[in-house]
Design a protein around this ligand. Structure first.
Ligand code: ZN
Length: 271
């Protein structure tokens, strides 16, 4: 996170926290990570920082819910205050090996979004190929994913090949959404109800295709609180800044003012 953004978020935090109390609106906060390991990299959260994130969630009074339950309760009007659901994108093995045991210790459910065409310890995601190889880049294998799902980790789809979905034609878009869901369902023997759009790339056509592909929820990286009025196939989510001091402003909604930047980012193909 850029320093000026961090300063802004922290400065606004008391005001957004007060506004949140005044509105009394129950909303669902979705947050996410990628890797949890002690290797460097933009997508890596050090293990000690991740522990601090979990401490901060507890200190803030977060009610951490499974995503499906949280969305159902949002619809039913029974969501508790400070409801949060936790997510991990890309299917890195460190989520299963490191993050999940720490989450289980605290009774926190979570959803891991796996790229169905990249299940395998010897596979590397395209952006990791140019880096010196290390264990932090390892992706979860099919067997590990099945074992983690049996152990209670919720599994969602992150498409077949992690493309920027808005630029795909209708047929390819449908294939990415449907084939990843059916492949994961065949592997896990249970419904896969949620998709996280790669790099947060979505538009109304992608949202419609996700719904038609049978998903109950579609997850973006547009910041903000989800209310009962938020479309279920473009739910808002923020990735957790590495510095644990930045999590509370995020939970209080301090970064929601930056949402216009999210809209601008979505209109640019990232590669
Ligand atoms: Zn991703």
């Amino acid at each position: 996170m850029r320093p000026e953004v961090r300063v802004l978020g922290r400065a606004l935090s008391p005001f957004t926290a007060a506004a949140r109390r005044l509105r009394r609106d129950c909303g669902l906060t979705l947050i996410g990570w990628h890797r949890v390991d002690d290797h460097c990299g933009d997508l890596s959260t050090p293990v000690s920082a991740f522990r601090h994130h979990l401490d901060e969630l507890e200190a803030w009074g977060a009610r951490v819910l499974a995503l499906d339950e949280a969305v159902a309760r949002l619809d039913a009007g029974t969501l508790p205050d400070r409801a949060v659901a936790l997510t991990f994108d890309d299917g890195y093995a460190s989520v299963v090996e490191v993050a999940w045991p720490l989450l289980k210790e605290r009774g926190f459910p979570a959803t891991l979004y796996a790229v169905s065409g990249y299940l395998g310890a010897d596979r590397r995601l395209p952006w990791d190929l140019g880096q010196p190889d290390h264990d932090g880049l390892r992706l979860v294998s099919a067997d590990e994913l099945v074992a983690a799902a049996h152990d209670g980790l919720d599994i969602g789809s992150h498409t077949v090949s992690h493309p920027w979905l808005p630029r795909l034609g209708t047929r390819e878009l449908r294939r990415e959404l449907v084939e990843s869901r059916t492949a994961l369902e065949d592997l896990l023997g249970r419904p896969v109800t949620s998709v996280a759009y790669p790099t947060g790339g979505w538009d109304p056509g992608v949202r419609r295709a996700a719904q038609e592909a049978g998903y109950v929820t579609g997850i973006t990286v547009d910041r903000g609180l989800n209310t009962a009025r938020t479309p279920k196939h473009s739910l808002r989510r923020a990735f957790v800044p590495h510095d644990p001091r930045d999590l509370r402003p995020l939970l209080d909604g301090g970064y929601t003012v930056l949402r216009p930047l999210d809209t601008m980012r979505r209109q640019e193909t990232p590669w």
